[in-house]
Design a protein around this ligand. Structure first.
Ligand code: UD1
Ligand code: UDP
Length: 374
Protein backbone atom coordinates (compact mmCIF):
# COMPACT_ATOMS: atom_id res chain seq x y z
CA UNK A 1 0.00 0.00 0.00
CA UNK A 2 1.31 3.44 -0.94
CA UNK A 3 0.90 6.14 1.71
CA UNK A 4 -0.22 9.58 0.50
CA UNK A 5 -0.23 12.80 2.48
CA UNK A 6 -2.10 15.70 0.86
CA UNK A 7 -1.24 19.08 2.41
CA UNK A 8 -2.97 22.41 1.84
CA UNK A 9 -3.78 25.58 3.74
CA UNK A 10 -5.73 28.24 1.84
CA UNK A 11 -9.07 28.48 0.02
CA UNK A 12 -7.80 28.02 -3.55
CA UNK A 13 -5.54 25.09 -2.63
CA UNK A 14 -8.46 23.40 -0.87
CA UNK A 15 -10.77 23.86 -3.86
CA UNK A 16 -8.16 22.46 -6.24
CA UNK A 17 -7.04 19.58 -3.96
CA UNK A 18 -10.53 18.48 -2.86
CA UNK A 19 -11.20 16.42 -6.01
CA UNK A 20 -7.76 14.80 -5.65
CA UNK A 21 -8.52 13.82 -2.05
CA UNK A 22 -11.77 12.24 -3.24
CA UNK A 23 -10.07 10.47 -6.16
CA UNK A 24 -7.35 8.93 -3.95
CA UNK A 25 -9.76 8.01 -1.15
CA UNK A 26 -11.82 5.97 -3.64
CA UNK A 27 -8.77 3.75 -4.31
CA UNK A 28 -8.70 2.10 -0.89
CA UNK A 29 -6.97 -1.09 -2.07
CA UNK A 30 -3.95 0.76 -3.42
CA UNK A 31 -3.54 3.78 -1.14
CA UNK A 32 -3.81 5.01 2.42
CA UNK A 33 -4.53 8.72 1.95
CA UNK A 34 -4.45 11.29 4.73
CA UNK A 35 -5.11 15.04 4.63
CA UNK A 36 -3.17 17.65 6.58
CA UNK A 37 -4.32 21.27 6.64
CA UNK A 38 -1.99 24.00 7.82
CA UNK A 39 -5.04 26.29 8.17
CA UNK A 40 -3.06 29.22 6.81
CA UNK A 41 -6.66 30.32 6.16
CA UNK A 42 -9.35 29.44 8.70
CA UNK A 43 -12.92 30.48 7.85
CA UNK A 44 -12.26 30.56 4.10
CA UNK A 45 -10.71 27.09 4.25
CA UNK A 46 -13.45 25.63 6.46
CA UNK A 47 -16.08 26.81 3.95
CA UNK A 48 -14.43 24.63 1.28
CA UNK A 49 -13.91 21.60 3.54
CA UNK A 50 -17.55 21.68 4.47
CA UNK A 51 -18.83 21.82 0.85
CA UNK A 52 -16.53 19.01 -0.32
CA UNK A 53 -17.16 17.01 2.91
CA UNK A 54 -13.48 16.62 3.77
CA UNK A 55 -12.53 15.84 7.35
CA UNK A 56 -8.76 16.43 7.73
CA UNK A 57 -6.61 13.93 9.62
CA UNK A 58 -4.27 16.67 10.85
CA UNK A 59 -5.15 20.33 11.47
CA UNK A 60 -2.19 22.56 12.35
CA UNK A 61 -4.57 25.49 12.95
CA UNK A 62 -1.86 28.08 12.22
CA UNK A 63 -3.73 31.19 11.02
CA UNK A 64 -3.11 34.34 13.04
CA UNK A 65 -4.76 37.73 12.41
CA UNK A 66 -2.78 39.74 9.84
CA UNK A 67 -0.05 37.11 9.84
CA UNK A 68 3.37 37.71 8.34
CA UNK A 69 5.33 35.59 5.90
CA UNK A 70 8.30 35.06 8.24
CA UNK A 71 6.51 33.39 11.14
CA UNK A 72 3.99 31.62 8.92
CA UNK A 73 6.77 29.94 6.93
CA UNK A 74 8.62 28.91 10.08
CA UNK A 75 5.46 27.64 11.81
CA UNK A 76 4.47 25.46 8.86
CA UNK A 77 7.86 23.76 8.58
CA UNK A 78 8.22 23.30 12.34
CA UNK A 79 4.72 21.91 12.85
CA UNK A 80 4.82 19.54 9.89
CA UNK A 81 7.74 17.61 11.39
CA UNK A 82 5.51 15.73 13.85
CA UNK A 83 2.91 14.94 11.15
CA UNK A 84 5.53 13.59 8.75
CA UNK A 85 7.16 11.53 11.51
CA UNK A 86 3.81 10.18 12.66
CA UNK A 87 2.40 9.13 9.26
CA UNK A 88 5.65 8.53 7.33
CA UNK A 89 4.10 9.14 3.88
CA UNK A 90 5.68 7.76 0.71
CA UNK A 91 4.20 10.59 -1.35
CA UNK A 92 3.45 14.17 -0.28
CA UNK A 93 1.23 16.33 -2.49
CA UNK A 94 1.34 20.13 -2.38
CA UNK A 95 -0.55 22.55 -4.59
CA UNK A 96 0.23 25.77 -6.41
CA UNK A 97 2.15 28.67 -4.94
CA UNK A 98 1.17 29.75 -1.45
CA UNK A 99 3.39 29.91 1.63
CA UNK A 100 1.82 26.58 2.67
CA UNK A 101 2.95 25.09 -0.66
CA UNK A 102 6.53 26.26 -0.42
CA UNK A 103 7.04 25.50 3.29
CA UNK A 104 5.31 22.10 3.08
CA UNK A 105 7.38 21.06 0.09
CA UNK A 106 10.55 21.86 2.02
CA UNK A 107 9.31 19.88 5.04
CA UNK A 108 8.37 16.96 2.76
CA UNK A 109 11.80 17.08 1.14
CA UNK A 110 13.45 16.93 4.59
CA UNK A 111 11.31 13.88 5.45
CA UNK A 112 12.55 11.96 2.40
CA UNK A 113 9.08 11.52 0.87
CA UNK A 114 8.51 11.79 -2.88
CA UNK A 115 7.36 15.38 -3.40
CA UNK A 116 4.50 15.79 -5.90
CA UNK A 117 3.59 19.31 -7.03
CA UNK A 118 0.07 19.76 -8.36
CA UNK A 119 -0.35 22.83 -10.64
CA UNK A 120 3.38 22.88 -11.33
CA UNK A 121 5.22 25.09 -13.79
CA UNK A 122 3.21 28.31 -13.72
CA UNK A 123 5.60 31.24 -14.12
CA UNK A 124 5.68 34.96 -14.81
CA UNK A 125 9.51 34.96 -14.54
CA UNK A 126 9.15 38.06 -12.35
CA UNK A 127 9.97 37.33 -8.69
CA UNK A 128 8.01 40.40 -7.55
CA UNK A 129 4.80 39.64 -9.41
CA UNK A 130 2.91 37.88 -8.03
CA UNK A 131 4.65 38.30 -4.68
CA UNK A 132 5.57 36.00 -3.02
CA UNK A 133 3.91 33.34 -5.22
CA UNK A 134 6.50 33.32 -8.03
CA UNK A 135 9.19 32.51 -5.45
CA UNK A 136 6.96 29.96 -3.71
CA UNK A 137 6.31 27.93 -6.85
CA UNK A 138 9.92 28.20 -8.05
CA UNK A 139 11.30 26.92 -4.72
CA UNK A 140 8.68 24.16 -4.66
CA UNK A 141 9.75 23.18 -8.18
CA UNK A 142 13.33 22.70 -6.98
CA UNK A 143 12.41 20.11 -4.31
CA UNK A 144 9.68 18.43 -6.36
CA UNK A 145 10.17 14.91 -7.76
CA UNK A 146 6.95 14.69 -9.81
CA UNK A 147 5.55 17.82 -11.47
CA UNK A 148 1.85 17.65 -12.38
CA UNK A 149 1.63 20.49 -14.89
CA UNK A 150 -1.81 21.78 -15.92
CA UNK A 151 -0.88 22.78 -19.49
CA UNK A 152 1.86 22.30 -22.09
CA UNK A 153 2.91 25.92 -21.50
CA UNK A 154 3.60 25.12 -17.85
CA UNK A 155 5.51 21.99 -18.91
CA UNK A 156 7.66 24.14 -21.22
CA UNK A 157 8.43 26.51 -18.32
CA UNK A 158 9.74 23.58 -16.30
CA UNK A 159 11.80 22.27 -19.20
CA UNK A 160 13.38 25.75 -19.48
CA UNK A 161 14.45 25.30 -15.83
CA UNK A 162 16.14 22.01 -16.77
CA UNK A 163 13.58 19.73 -15.11
CA UNK A 164 13.63 16.28 -16.70
CA UNK A 165 10.80 15.81 -19.23
CA UNK A 166 9.93 12.39 -17.74
CA UNK A 167 9.27 14.01 -14.33
CA UNK A 168 6.57 16.30 -15.81
CA UNK A 169 3.05 15.00 -16.43
CA UNK A 170 0.50 17.25 -18.15
CA UNK A 171 -2.90 16.67 -16.54
CA UNK A 172 -5.09 19.75 -17.00
CA UNK A 173 -5.95 21.81 -13.95
CA UNK A 174 -7.78 20.15 -11.06
CA UNK A 175 -9.81 23.37 -10.68
CA UNK A 176 -11.93 22.20 -13.62
CA UNK A 177 -12.57 18.88 -11.81
CA UNK A 178 -13.73 20.96 -8.82
CA UNK A 179 -15.82 23.29 -10.97
CA UNK A 180 -17.65 20.45 -12.73
CA UNK A 181 -18.26 18.65 -9.41
CA UNK A 182 -19.66 21.85 -7.96
CA UNK A 183 -21.92 22.70 -10.92
CA UNK A 184 -23.30 19.13 -10.86
CA UNK A 185 -23.90 19.16 -7.09
CA UNK A 186 -25.55 22.60 -7.12
CA UNK A 187 -27.92 21.50 -9.88
CA UNK A 188 -29.26 18.46 -8.00
CA UNK A 189 -32.76 18.80 -6.54
CA UNK A 190 -31.64 18.02 -3.00
CA UNK A 191 -28.95 20.73 -2.88
CA UNK A 192 -30.08 23.79 -0.95
CA UNK A 193 -27.67 26.60 -0.14
CA UNK A 194 -28.62 29.48 2.14
CA UNK A 195 -25.99 31.69 0.57
CA UNK A 196 -27.49 31.21 -2.90
CA UNK A 197 -30.94 31.96 -1.50
CA UNK A 198 -29.57 35.16 0.12
CA UNK A 199 -27.87 36.17 -3.13
CA UNK A 200 -31.18 35.81 -4.97
CA UNK A 201 -32.61 38.37 -2.54
CA UNK A 202 -29.91 41.00 -3.15
CA UNK A 203 -29.52 40.52 -6.92
CA UNK A 204 -31.49 42.90 -9.07
CA UNK A 205 -32.45 40.90 -12.21
CA UNK A 206 -32.93 44.16 -14.17
CA UNK A 207 -29.22 45.03 -13.79
CA UNK A 208 -26.15 43.47 -15.39
CA UNK A 209 -23.94 41.90 -12.77
CA UNK A 210 -20.26 42.75 -12.41
CA UNK A 211 -18.53 40.33 -10.05
CA UNK A 212 -15.36 41.54 -8.33
CA UNK A 213 -12.69 39.80 -6.21
CA UNK A 214 -9.21 40.89 -5.18
CA UNK A 215 -6.51 40.10 -2.67
CA UNK A 216 -2.98 40.11 -4.20
CA UNK A 217 -0.27 41.27 -1.81
CA UNK A 218 1.43 43.43 -4.46
CA UNK A 219 -1.89 45.34 -4.82
CA UNK A 220 -2.14 46.14 -1.08
CA UNK A 221 -2.04 49.90 -0.40
CA UNK A 222 -2.09 52.09 -3.55
CA UNK A 223 -3.33 49.27 -5.81
CA UNK A 224 -6.50 48.71 -3.75
CA UNK A 225 -7.19 52.46 -3.52
CA UNK A 226 -6.99 52.65 -7.34
CA UNK A 227 -9.24 49.60 -7.69
CA UNK A 228 -11.86 51.04 -5.31
CA UNK A 229 -11.81 54.42 -7.09
CA UNK A 230 -12.36 52.65 -10.40
CA UNK A 231 -15.28 50.60 -9.03
CA UNK A 232 -16.84 53.75 -7.58
CA UNK A 233 -16.75 55.49 -11.00
CA UNK A 234 -18.04 52.39 -12.79
CA UNK A 235 -20.98 52.19 -10.36
CA UNK A 236 -21.78 55.90 -10.86
CA UNK A 237 -21.45 55.83 -14.68
CA UNK A 238 -23.39 52.59 -15.22
CA UNK A 239 -26.52 52.65 -13.10
CA UNK A 240 -27.87 49.75 -15.16
CA UNK A 241 -25.21 47.55 -13.53
CA UNK A 242 -24.81 46.07 -10.09
CA UNK A 243 -21.39 45.31 -8.63
CA UNK A 244 -21.16 42.39 -6.19
CA UNK A 245 -17.89 42.10 -4.34
CA UNK A 246 -17.27 39.23 -1.85
CA UNK A 247 -14.45 40.84 0.13
CA UNK A 248 -11.42 38.69 1.06
CA UNK A 249 -10.88 38.49 4.85
CA UNK A 250 -7.31 39.84 4.73
CA UNK A 251 -7.44 43.07 6.79
CA UNK A 252 -5.26 44.79 4.16
CA UNK A 253 -8.16 44.27 1.76
CA UNK A 254 -11.12 44.68 4.15
CA UNK A 255 -10.01 48.11 5.40
CA UNK A 256 -9.72 50.07 2.12
CA UNK A 257 -12.66 48.31 0.46
CA UNK A 258 -15.15 48.92 3.28
CA UNK A 259 -13.83 52.46 3.79
CA UNK A 260 -14.08 53.50 0.12
CA UNK A 261 -17.01 51.47 -1.21
CA UNK A 262 -19.54 51.12 1.60
CA UNK A 263 -22.98 52.70 1.12
CA UNK A 264 -22.96 52.99 -2.67
CA UNK A 265 -26.39 51.87 -3.83
CA UNK A 266 -25.31 49.63 -6.75
CA UNK A 267 -22.25 48.13 -5.02
CA UNK A 268 -22.86 45.23 -2.63
CA UNK A 269 -19.96 44.27 -0.38
CA UNK A 270 -20.46 40.82 1.08
CA UNK A 271 -18.35 38.27 3.02
CA UNK A 272 -16.44 35.60 1.05
CA UNK A 273 -18.87 33.11 -0.45
CA UNK A 274 -18.87 29.35 -0.19
CA UNK A 275 -17.56 27.74 -3.39
CA UNK A 276 -20.98 26.65 -4.77
CA UNK A 277 -22.45 30.12 -4.16
CA UNK A 278 -19.48 31.76 -5.85
CA UNK A 279 -19.73 29.44 -8.87
CA UNK A 280 -23.48 30.17 -9.06
CA UNK A 281 -22.68 33.91 -9.01
CA UNK A 282 -20.00 33.57 -11.71
CA UNK A 283 -22.59 31.89 -13.93
CA UNK A 284 -25.03 34.77 -13.34
CA UNK A 285 -22.45 37.52 -13.98
CA UNK A 286 -22.06 39.64 -17.12
CA UNK A 287 -18.36 40.19 -16.56
CA UNK A 288 -15.75 39.55 -13.86
CA UNK A 289 -13.06 41.90 -12.55
CA UNK A 290 -10.46 40.13 -10.43
CA UNK A 291 -6.82 39.63 -9.51
CA UNK A 292 -7.44 35.98 -8.59
CA UNK A 293 -5.57 33.10 -10.20
CA UNK A 294 -8.33 30.51 -9.85
CA UNK A 295 -11.05 32.77 -11.22
CA UNK A 296 -8.97 33.33 -14.39
CA UNK A 297 -9.11 29.55 -14.92
CA UNK A 298 -12.78 29.01 -14.10
CA UNK A 299 -14.31 31.94 -16.01
CA UNK A 300 -13.34 30.76 -19.54
CA UNK A 301 -15.12 27.45 -18.84
CA UNK A 302 -18.24 29.46 -18.01
CA UNK A 303 -17.83 31.79 -21.02
CA UNK A 304 -17.38 34.92 -18.89
CA UNK A 305 -15.04 37.79 -19.88
CA UNK A 306 -12.43 38.61 -17.24
CA UNK A 307 -10.51 41.84 -16.62
CA UNK A 308 -7.45 40.94 -14.54
CA UNK A 309 -6.15 43.61 -12.17
CA UNK A 310 -2.51 42.57 -12.57
CA UNK A 311 0.37 43.51 -14.85
CA UNK A 312 1.55 39.94 -15.39
CA UNK A 313 -0.10 36.55 -15.45
CA UNK A 314 1.21 33.02 -15.20
CA UNK A 315 -1.94 31.91 -17.00
CA UNK A 316 -1.38 33.11 -20.61
CA UNK A 317 -3.71 30.56 -22.22
CA UNK A 318 -6.95 32.53 -21.78
CA UNK A 319 -5.18 35.84 -22.54
CA UNK A 320 -4.01 34.35 -25.85
CA UNK A 321 -7.55 33.17 -26.58
CA UNK A 322 -8.81 36.72 -25.93
CA UNK A 323 -11.20 36.01 -23.03
CA UNK A 324 -8.94 37.39 -20.29
CA UNK A 325 -7.44 40.89 -20.47
CA UNK A 326 -4.76 42.31 -18.16
CA UNK A 327 -5.71 45.81 -16.95
CA UNK A 328 -3.35 46.21 -13.97
CA UNK A 329 -4.43 48.53 -11.15
CA UNK A 330 -4.52 51.74 -13.16
CA UNK A 331 -7.87 53.38 -12.32
CA UNK A 332 -8.54 54.75 -15.82
CA UNK A 333 -7.63 51.51 -17.54
CA UNK A 334 -10.04 49.54 -15.34
CA UNK A 335 -12.82 52.10 -15.98
CA UNK A 336 -12.22 52.26 -19.76
CA UNK A 337 -11.99 48.50 -20.37
CA UNK A 338 -15.11 47.91 -18.26
CA UNK A 339 -16.96 50.62 -20.20
CA UNK A 340 -15.92 49.00 -23.49
CA UNK A 341 -17.38 45.66 -22.41
CA UNK A 342 -20.58 47.28 -21.15
CA UNK A 343 -21.20 49.43 -24.22
CA UNK A 344 -19.63 47.68 -27.25
CA UNK A 345 -21.49 44.50 -28.08
CA UNK A 346 -18.70 43.29 -30.41
CA UNK A 347 -15.99 43.70 -27.74
CA UNK A 348 -18.19 41.81 -25.31
CA UNK A 349 -18.94 38.97 -27.71
CA UNK A 350 -15.25 38.60 -28.60
CA UNK A 351 -14.38 38.12 -24.92
CA UNK A 352 -17.25 35.91 -23.85
CA UNK A 353 -16.24 32.76 -25.74
CA UNK A 354 -16.72 29.51 -23.89
CA UNK A 355 -13.53 27.42 -23.96
CA UNK A 356 -11.53 25.10 -21.72
CA UNK A 357 -7.79 25.83 -21.91
CA UNK A 358 -7.31 24.55 -18.37
CA UNK A 359 -8.62 21.02 -18.68
CA UNK A 360 -11.55 18.68 -19.15
CA UNK A 361 -12.22 17.63 -15.57
CA UNK A 362 -10.02 14.52 -15.61
CA UNK A 363 -6.86 15.94 -14.04
CA UNK A 364 -7.22 14.04 -10.75
CA UNK A 365 -7.88 10.76 -12.54
CA UNK A 366 -4.61 11.24 -14.48
CA UNK A 367 -2.66 11.96 -11.29
CA UNK A 368 -4.05 8.89 -9.50
CA UNK A 369 -3.35 6.63 -12.51
CA UNK A 370 0.20 7.91 -12.78
CA UNK A 371 0.99 7.25 -9.10
CA UNK A 372 -0.72 3.82 -9.28
CA UNK A 373 1.56 2.79 -12.13
CA UNK A 374 4.87 3.80 -10.56
C1 UD1 B 1 -3.00 33.78 0.60
C2 UD1 B 1 -1.81 33.37 -0.26
C3 UD1 B 1 -2.05 33.70 -1.73
C4 UD1 B 1 -3.37 33.14 -2.20
C5 UD1 B 1 -4.49 33.63 -1.28
C6 UD1 B 1 -5.80 33.00 -1.68
C7 UD1 B 1 0.47 33.47 0.64
C8 UD1 B 1 1.59 34.33 1.01
N1 UD1 B 1 -0.64 34.09 0.17
O1 UD1 B 1 -3.08 35.22 0.61
O2 UD1 B 1 -1.01 33.16 -2.52
O3 UD1 B 1 -3.61 33.58 -3.53
O4 UD1 B 1 -4.18 33.23 0.07
O5 UD1 B 1 -6.88 33.66 -1.08
O6 UD1 B 1 0.52 32.27 0.78
N2 UD1 B 1 -7.85 35.78 6.95
C9 UD1 B 1 -8.90 35.47 7.79
N3 UD1 B 1 -9.61 34.32 7.56
C10 UD1 B 1 -9.34 33.49 6.53
C11 UD1 B 1 -8.30 33.82 5.65
C12 UD1 B 1 -7.54 34.97 5.89
O7 UD1 B 1 -9.18 36.19 8.74
O8 UD1 B 1 -10.02 32.46 6.38
C13 UD1 B 1 -7.03 36.98 7.23
C14 UD1 B 1 -6.13 36.79 8.46
O9 UD1 B 1 -6.02 38.02 9.14
C15 UD1 B 1 -4.80 36.41 7.82
C16 UD1 B 1 -4.81 37.29 6.60
O10 UD1 B 1 -6.16 37.26 6.13
O11 UD1 B 1 -3.70 36.63 8.67
C17 UD1 B 1 -3.84 36.96 5.52
O12 UD1 B 1 -3.88 35.59 5.16
P1 UD1 B 1 -2.67 35.00 4.26
O13 UD1 B 1 -2.97 33.58 3.96
O14 UD1 B 1 -1.38 35.29 4.89
O15 UD1 B 1 -2.70 35.89 2.95
P2 UD1 B 1 -3.78 35.99 1.81
O16 UD1 B 1 -3.84 37.40 1.37
O17 UD1 B 1 -5.02 35.32 2.24
N1 UDP C 1 -13.93 31.78 -4.48
C1 UDP C 1 -14.88 31.36 -3.54
N2 UDP C 1 -15.57 32.32 -2.84
C2 UDP C 1 -15.37 33.65 -3.04
C3 UDP C 1 -14.39 34.06 -3.98
C4 UDP C 1 -13.68 33.09 -4.68
O1 UDP C 1 -15.10 30.17 -3.35
O2 UDP C 1 -16.03 34.46 -2.38
C5 UDP C 1 -13.16 30.74 -5.20
C6 UDP C 1 -13.00 30.91 -6.70
O3 UDP C 1 -14.04 30.28 -7.40
C7 UDP C 1 -11.65 30.27 -6.98
C8 UDP C 1 -10.88 30.49 -5.69
O4 UDP C 1 -11.83 30.82 -4.69
O5 UDP C 1 -11.75 28.87 -7.16
C9 UDP C 1 -9.88 31.61 -5.86
O6 UDP C 1 -9.37 31.99 -4.63
P1 UDP C 1 -8.51 33.29 -4.43
O7 UDP C 1 -8.90 34.30 -5.44
O8 UDP C 1 -8.63 33.65 -3.00
O9 UDP C 1 -7.04 32.78 -4.66
P2 UDP C 1 -6.10 32.62 -5.95
O10 UDP C 1 -6.79 31.73 -6.92
O11 UDP C 1 -5.83 33.98 -6.48
O12 UDP C 1 -4.86 32.01 -5.39
Amino acid sequence: MKKNLIIFGTRPEAIKMAPLVKAFKKEKKEFITKVCITAQHREMLDQVLSFFEIDPDYDLDLMKPNQNLFSLTADIITNLKAVLEDFKPDYVYVHGDTTTTMASSIAAFYSGAVVCHVEAGLRTFDMKSPFPEEMNRSVTGIVTNIHFAPTYTSKENLIKENKKAESIIVTGNTVIDALLYSVKKVNTNVFKDVEIENLKKILNPQKRLILVTGHRRENHGKGFINICNALNTIATDHKDCQIIYPVHLNPNVQKPVYKLLDNIDNIKLIPPLSYPAFVWLMEKSYLIITDSGGVQEEAPSLGKPVLVMRNTTERPEAVDAGTVLLVGTNTNKIINETKKLLTHKDSYLRMSKLHNPYGDGNACKKIVEYIKNI
